[in-house]
Unconditional design. Structure first.
Ligand SMILES: Cc1cc2nc3c(=O)[nH]c(=O)nc-3n(C[C@H](O)[C@H](O)[C@H](O)COP(=O)(O)OP(=O)(O)OC[C@H]3O[C@@H](n4cnc5c(N)ncnc54)[C@H](O)[C@@H]3O)c2cc1C
Length: 469
């Protein structure tokens, strides 16, 4: 008997539900399949940095599967439709009896799987799918009416109650199998991206090094996580979002580490767990209200703000040339490394939407194209939250003042100077508002003066919000 496991955002061997249950049948041949869709719509594209990471991880996994006598099949296709056709053809070719996969919650992926499953079942192939990407499966945490929570606070409360009662179980790695007698020519995974930009030290792709990174965080950093997580020059967060989103590490395993190292770090561990629940929350929402995968939002009609399609503002924002050092440092970091700390993501996104008055979807798309951990549900969820059109919006207008944030979280300008080289000579006391100092001391500088007046745009935005209410 031969089974297929379709890998998607579960690029691991340990505690992988689909792989584990497929391997339970000791004598069956296992083919692990990965399909790359290379002609995705721009909006849903994954970032360049993530692509490089995925390729490296796949090359690594291919070797690992080989040592387990599991065949690995890689295919590059144009569209989801082609992937359905391709899977049906290989199922026929290798007389597949069972097909395993872990569920993806985003609309297009979910619908594709639904169509495929129907066709497989019609061809008498058993389809087995699993909830694997969230800490608590999305069909569990519901309000009293049986619906998904739209407010994080209540979702969190119920999730914590659940976690207190139920044990989260991690599954073991599959053991080496008796020889696999399937023969197929698997073309080499072509690696055609310039990989010199990828920071492998920060984001290793081999299990051993990833474990080392995680243990370093739990042993050395977590006790100060609650205090330090927002300081831009400290790198004090776990930097695990990429691994969780691509399923390189299991979220259950990550939770297990939180519990294990929780003893002396109760406050930090709790905040970290809360962050994982934010992740679950956005995945739950997209699973239950699948329109959220696209541009729909809960409060769009109520608080729609006419956005100025200002190409100059958008270009300045994405290139890090707004004249606001903290914004520019963040946007340059994103472009150069594919990374930005959560605090900075909030500051830069709020600035785009609430000060430059640009549609959140344009910013969200830019983040999707650059963030190494880009993920549709989490990215969209956060952008909507920032724009006050998502779930859990507060009644007051949440805005991040870049001057205050800069003074608070990069007080000496260490982070700013790392990414905005034009400001290297600016004294600390002027670093958050360098324009006047530059004008006087370095008049030939190329660093721009602020493209907007922060306070004027703030007043304008609040007035618009009130008008729309
Ligand atoms: C505008 C905006 C866009 C974002 N886009 C993405 C995205 O595309 N992909 C993504 O994974 N995260 C996104 N985030 C959330 C957050 O910024 C990152 O998850 C976090 O910075 C990752 O760093 P970390 O792993 O060190 O987090 P830690 O602080 O170590 O937190 C641990 C884990 O909790 C989860 N988490 C933390 N904060 C959030 C959050 N606000 N929402 C959901 N989950 C969270 C992540 O999985 C993270 O790895 C976005 C936030 C904002 C404000």
């Amino acid at each position: 008997m031969t089974s297929i496991v379709w890998l998607r955002n579960d690029l691991r061997i340990d505690d992988n539900k689909a792989l584990y249950y497929a391997c339970k049948h000791k004598k069956s041949n296992i083919i692990v399949l990965f399909i790359e869709i290379y002609k995705n719509k721009k909006y849903f594209s994954i970032s360049y940095y993530q692509k490089i990471f995925i390729y490296k991880r796949l090359l690594y996994l291919k070797k690992k599967f080989c040592t387990l006598n599991i065949k690995f099949l890689y295919k590059k296709l144009k569209s989801f439709n082609e992937s359905i056709k391709y899977i049906l053809s290989i199922c026929k070719k290798y007389s597949i009896k069972s097909f395993f996969y872990n569920i993806q919650y985003e609309l297009n992926q979910f619908n594709r799987d639904l169509i495929l499953s129907k066709k497989l079942i019609k061809n008498k192939i058993k389809v087995l799918n699993f909830h694997d990407n969230c800490l608590i499966s999305p069909n569990i945490i519901k309000n009293n009416s049986g619906n998904t929570y739209k407010i994080f606070y209540f979702f969190k409360k119920k999730s914590l109650k659940y976690l207190k009662k139920k044990k989260i179980i991690c599954l073991s790695k599959p053991k080496k199998r008796i020889k696999n007698n399937i023969v197929f020519k698997n073309k080499e995974i072509k690696f055609n991206y310039k990989n010199k930009l990828f920071n492998e030290k920060k984001f290793p792709f081999k299990d051993k090094l990833i474990k080392k990174k995680i243990f370093f965080f739990f042993k050395k950093k977590i006790f100060l996580y609650f205090k330090n997580k927002d300081f831009l020059y400290l790198n004090s967060t776990s930097e695990c979002s990429l691994y969780l989103n691509l399923g390189v590490i299991s979220i259950r395993r990550f939770f297990y580490y939180i519990l294990k190292y929780n003893k002396n770090n109760y406050k930090s561990s709790f905040i970290l767990l809360e962050k994982l629940l934010w992740r679950d929350f956005f995945k739950n929402l997209i699973f239950s209200y699948q329109n959220l995968s696209g541009n729909f939002s809960f409060k769009l009609c109520k608080k729609k703000i006419k956005c100025k399609k200002n190409i100059f503002y958008f270009k300045s924002w994405k290139q890090g040339l707004t004249g606001f050092p903290i914004i520019d440092a963040g946007m340059r970091q994103l472009k150069k490394t594919g990374w930005m700390n959560n605090r900075l993501r909030m500051i830069t996104s709020s600035f785009l939407v609430k000060n430059l008055l640009i549609d959140w979807r344009i910013g969200a798309q830019h983040f999707m194209l650059y963030l190494i951990d880009s993920d549709i549900s989490i990215n969209n969820g956060n952008w909507k939250w920032i724009s006050s059109i998502g779930t859990d919006s507060v009644s007051y207008v949440r805005m991040f003042n870049p001057y205050i944030q800069s003074k608070k979280f990069d007080c000496n300008g260490i982070f700013i100077k790392k990414y905005v080289k034009e400001l290297k000579n600016v004294p600390i006391k002027n670093i958050h508002k360098p324009y006047l100092w530059l004008k006087k001391n370095e008049p030939n500088t190329k660093y721009p003066k602020p493209i907007i007046d922060y306070f004027k745009t703030k007043i304008k935005f609040i007035a618009k919000i009130k008008k729309n209410e």
